[in-house]
Design a protein around this ligand. Sequence first.
Ligand code: PEP
Ligand code: MN
Length: 264
Amino acid sequence: KANRKFHPEDTIVDCGHGVKIGGGNFQVMAGPCSVEGKNLIEIARCVKDAGATMLRGGAYKPRTSPYSYQGMGEKGLDLLLEASAELDMPIVTEVMDPRDVQLFVDKKIDVMQIGARNAQNFSLLKEVGKTKTPILLKRGMSGTIDELLMAAEYIMSEGNENVILCERGIRTFETRTRNTFDVNAIPVLHHLSHLPVVGDPSHSTGYTRYVRPAAYAATAAGADGLEIEVHNCPQEAWSDGAQALTPAQFADAMKRIALIREAV
Ligand code: PEP
Ligand code: MN
């Protein structure tokens, strides 16, 4: 179902609040790694002012260590929904557990994210496949492009064809960056599939200083959108502060992204 052979035209996914992605519609989803509390609305206003059209933020966090901050849970979803209503922006937030999918649906979460660590959690993929909610599906840490496409099939074969693919970097022998951004994946996915493709320069690089160049590369490679972590005070972020852009850095990035979009 994800294969372009049987569906030549680009799929456009409707993310709510009038925001559509794919088929020439380019959207930037930005916000903190984790929802932390009151600063969410402040960050949301900044990213919206700079041109982001979707708000991201994790309420359920897949942390490597069980002793790291695990997210605000349902309270975090409520903060995202408040910001979404106030700013009229759709939200993107990760669902980790099949038992939480119904809660996300009941709360009318605009886009559910499947994180890299769950890219082959087939019971979770099938569960979100039974909903109509758009899914931002991230590539697994060591997942091949074909494995990403098969994960999309798991969702689509259950009836939910609103899938957005996301290249977020893969694990390689390189240690200077958190992951290795596979920019190639963007044109390859567009060749193989009709689904929209988003680049995540934040998790791909892991360091603030490399996020903007990776964002520009993804844009130039034809991505349908970007997912970028932004924090009002990165040194104090509860997760992924080392890769967060400040609102000023994000606004600067958005200007150059617009110029690259004009050029490609
Ligand atoms: C995230 O978006 O905050 C996240 C955890 O991403 P990934 O699953 O790509 O690591
Ligand atoms: Mn993160």
